[in-house]
Design a protein around this ligand. Structure first.
Ligand SMILES: CSCCC(=O)C(=O)COP(=O)(O)O
Ligand SMILES: [Zn+2]
Length: 242
């Protein structure tokens, strides 16, 4: 086996190359990564190498040998399959690694994200829903040094940026959200989808699932006339009664 191939071949289902393929398949069947859209990048916790999907591939058919591997320091490719170009999302994934200390980034073309971007302005907000507790507040407990999650009584805020003709043109607005929303673990791209990151792939997956649930719920609340960020008990005022 060549040294390039040892980077992507492993019997361990939790190896980044295997996990990216497994999760992309799951996300395809969840309607999050169809028609080659979306993708996942994982930083190998052992080597700190970035594992990236190629551009324009059917996400449910991806194999470990299709993946790019990047050195985190030099940003040189340690492995670059000749048949493919790297994902157009690569500069955005690298920005999340470098500026947000991400361990993994998930990009989906979730219809819930797209519809929320059509309903709401520059920010998606939802409050007082149990599932919010799955999302990090961005704060750390000073005693345990563990991340603190949002509470049931908090409001989740996710910035919405405008889509561009090419994925890499989103980079300036993504950087701006890092400044304006230092605690966010996600950015919605209008009429496009969402980027969600976490300190490791398991966390990023949980955050992505929880946010998607909350976006779906927000769309249902909006259809009923209930603002998703309304206070507890306030919903009665908004419901169209007889
Ligand atoms: C129909 S997908 C258009 C590109 C895109 O938004 C995306 O998420 C996938 O880009 P990639 O270069 O990774 O195929
Ligand atoms: Zn995309």
């Amino acid at each position: 086996m060549s040294s390039e191939d040892t980077l992507i071949h492993s019997d361990d289902p939790r190896h980044p190359a295997n996990l990216i393929c497994t999760l992309c398949k799951q996300f395809f069947y969840n309607n999050w990564c169809t028609g080659t859209g979306g993708g996942i990048s994982i930083k190998d916790p052992e080597t700190s190498h970035y594992y990236l999907a190629p551009s324009g591939v059917q996400k449910e058919q991806m194999r470990p040998e299709d993946l790019f591997v990047m050195d985190a320091q030099t940003l040189d490719y340690l492995r670059a399959p000749k048949l493919y170009k790297p994902s157009a999302c690569t500069p955005l994934f690298v920005a999340c690694y470098q500026k947000k200390d991400a361990g993994a980034i998930i990009h989906t073309h979730s219809q819930n994200a797209v519809v929320c971007s059509l309903i709401f302005g520059d920010e998606f907000r939802i409050a007082n829903i149990e599932q919010i507790k799955a999302i990090p507040s961005g704060k750390v407990d000073p005693v345990t040094m563990k991340p603190i999650a949002l509470s049931f009584f908090d409001t989740l805020r996710i910035p919405i940026i405008e889509n561009m003709a090419h994925e890499d043109e989103l980079i300036d607005d993504l950087h701006k959200t890092f400044i304006d929303y230092p605690n966010t673990c996600a950015v919605i791209v209008r009429r496009h989808g969402i980027f969600v990151w976490g300190p490791a792939i398991d966390k990023a997956k949980i955050f992505n699932e929880a946010i998607d649930y909350l976006m779906e719920l927000a769309i249902k609340m909006h259809k009923l006339g209930i603002p998703p960020d309304c206070g507890i008990g306030e919903e009665k005022k908004h419901l169209a009664g007889p």
